[in-house]
Ligand binder design. Structure first.
Ligand SMILES: C[S@@+](CC[C@H](N)C(=O)[O-])C[C@H]1O[C@@H](n2cnc3c(N)ncnc32)[C@H](O)[C@@H]1O
Ligand SMILES: [Zn+2]
Length: 178
């Protein structure tokens, strides 16, 4: 196998969680459950380096893929999951998981029953504050696909209400305003 960065990362990521694997899916590589997860279960910690917003901007010049992979961590910081399982977390407009912050940790949590073999996805908009300008054309294939993934303030009101009820929009995202 060619030792591309993607392959190296894939193998590092695969060794991090016995309950998860990384496979080719509809949108490139993605995270697949190796066992079922009950609704509300913690799937894994999203590990990585906490970096400033400026650092993320600088990735755009050197490695835009890396910039796109970052998770908003607080008002001024992002978590860079490079080489970790979080670098393979794809977006869906009808996700089965969400990100919650517990203390200083970002955790991936099931928001419904997830069967073994299912891809684990979350909604990127839940971590995009009003001051985040990043957008993504969506290819999740869901009936309710929004086509364009934008910050949380652009979520349809009913979706936003549901996500807030599920606790998967961190306070620091809500605090950026709508
Ligand atoms: C965190 S990475 C996920 C792993 C990625 N699929 C890969 O193969 O490396 C995020 C990137 O995956 C792609 N992606 C994830 N979800 C997507 C979706 N619903 N529609 C289109 N592209 C998606 C985008 O290129 C995005 O910038
Ligand atoms: Zn979509």
């Amino acid at each position: 196998m060619r030792l591309t960065i993607a392959n190296r990362n894939k193998h590092r990521a695969m060794s991090f969680a016995k309950t998860l694997t990384v496979q080719n899916v509809r949108n490139g590589l993605g995270i697949i459950a190796k066992r079922k997860f009950a609704a509300g279960a913690t799937i894994c910690r999203i590990k990585g380096e906490v970096v400033t917003g400026e650092a993320v901007w600088s990735y755009w010049d050197t490695d835009s893929r890396r910039g796109k992979n970052c998770f908003r961590y607080d008002a001024d910081h992002y978590l860079d999951p490079d080489g970790e399982i979080g670098a393979f977390a794809n977006h869906s407009c009808n996700p089965n998981a969400g990100i919650v912050k517990t203390g200083r940790r970002l955790m991936l949590r099931a928001i419904r029953l997830i069967a073994a073999g299912e891809e684990i996805t979350h909604d990127y908009s839940t971590l995009l504050g009003a001051d985040d300008v990043w957008k993504m054309k969506c290819n999740c294939g869901e009936t309710a696909c929004r086509k364009l993934v934008r910050n949380f303030g652009k979520l349809p009101a009913s979706v936003l209400r549901r996500y807030r009820r599920l606790g998967i929009i961190p306070d620091y995202i809500i605090e950026t305003g709508r």
